[in-house]
Design a protein around this ligand. Structure first.
Ligand SMILES: C[S@@+](CC[C@H](N)C(=O)[O-])C[C@H]1O[C@@H](n2cnc3c(N)ncnc32)[C@H](O)[C@@H]1O
Length: 306
């Protein structure tokens, strides 16, 4: 572990503030080699090496006493260097008999998580403030690309939007539908789900003349799409943004987001300026302030074009 940088813990008052606002999924602790998430009644320790896991688990106990919150179960997840080494979390302590699923709440929305679903449980905590911003904007038609379990779509739908969620993974979209159902949102009329490659879907939407007043672009760093087509964010994000702009209404809100550490906020701004010029759009940016549970430098790099 990098001993020069300490673990930053959520203060009891911050924990109480999350609880008071009905948000039950947030970070508890962060250090350079791992972090701990509160996920409803459970805790998840994410670690790059065994020493970090042990340190985080041991120091969680005094934090629990101070915060006055006892996790029902503690899971642990290894953070490998390579995507192919990713595995689902394992149960470290607590009762192994209940289901490995749980439900969390955030800003009046509920999301289902599944510790057995694979490496990711179903909700990216660092996008919480962007989900809230999207709800606040109250868009009418939202295009959520790389939608995963449709968390952005659910947040927008609860604020009255019609949504289109696109993801390669049928399973993730199925979980997305379950998230809509969990929030009593009827998906029969105003919410669409397309299980396909975003790069193939966008031209079809352009061809049909569809327009959206909010577009979410939060792609993975690397993936393989239809016909094994390689997606590499550093090479392809600018083209994706440019294509998405053809689907945007003049005053649309577009979220550009990445976890790729080689792309900085300046890179996103440069891409956005270039695409705005190309599409004759005014250059207006918005950035949500750093979430209180994520120390500076942690979490996705995100930029709204507004
Ligand atoms: C980082 S996650 C997106 C997280 C999501 N924005 C959220 O906030 O929950 C990336 C998602 O992109 C999907 N994906 C990867 N390549 C894709 C492609 N070419 N077309 C559509 N979806 C793709 C994956 O299946 C995965 O669900």
């Amino acid at each position: 572990m990098n001993h020069s940088l300490p673990t930053i813990w959520l203060k009891p008052a911050q924990f109480a503030a999350f609880t008071a606002t009905g948000t039950t999924a947030h970070r508890i602790a962060t250090n350079p080699d791992g972090w701990i998430e509160r996920l409803g009644d459970d805790a998840l320790v994410c670690f790059k090496n065994d020493a970090t896991r042990d340190t985080l688990v041991n120091t969680l106990t005094p934090w629990i006493t101070t915060a006055g919150w006892q996790p029902r179960r503690i899971f642990a997840k290894f953070l490998p260097r390579q995507n192919q080494d990713r595995i689902a979390p394992v149960l470290l302590s607590g009762d192994s008999t209940p289901s490995l699923t749980t439900t969390i709440t955030e800003a009046g929305a509920s999301y289902a998580l599944d510790f057995a679903a694979g490496y990711s449980h179903g909700l990216f905590l660092d996008q919480r403030s962007n989900r809230t911003f999207l709800s606040r904007v109250s868009p009418k038609h939202v295009l959520n690309t790389f939608s995963y379990t449709c968390a952005f779509s659910v947040a927008a739908a609860l604020a009255g939007a019609q949504t289109l969620s696109v993801d390669l993974s049928k399973k993730s979209l199925e979980r997305g539908r379950e998230n809509f159902a969990l929030n009593q949102i009827d998906t029969s009329a105003h919410h669409r789900f397309i299980a396909d490659d975003v790069l193939d879907v966008l031209p079809r939407l352009i061809h049909r003349g569809e327009k959206f007043d909010a577009i979410i672009l939060d792609p993975p760093t690397f993936s393989r799409g239809n016909q094994g087509r390689r997606w590499q964010i550093e090479q392809h994000l600018e083209d994706l943004l440019s294509t998405a702009m053809e689907l945007a209404t003049p005053k649309a809100h577009i979220l550009l987001s990445t976890n790729c550490t080689s792309l900085t906020i300046r890179d996103l701004e440069t891409m956005a300026r270039y695409c705005c010029k190309l599409h004759r759009r005014p250059v207006n940016f918005h950035r949500e302030s750093q979430q209180t549970d994520f120390p500076p430098g942690h979490g996705a790099t995100t930029l709204w074009l507004v």
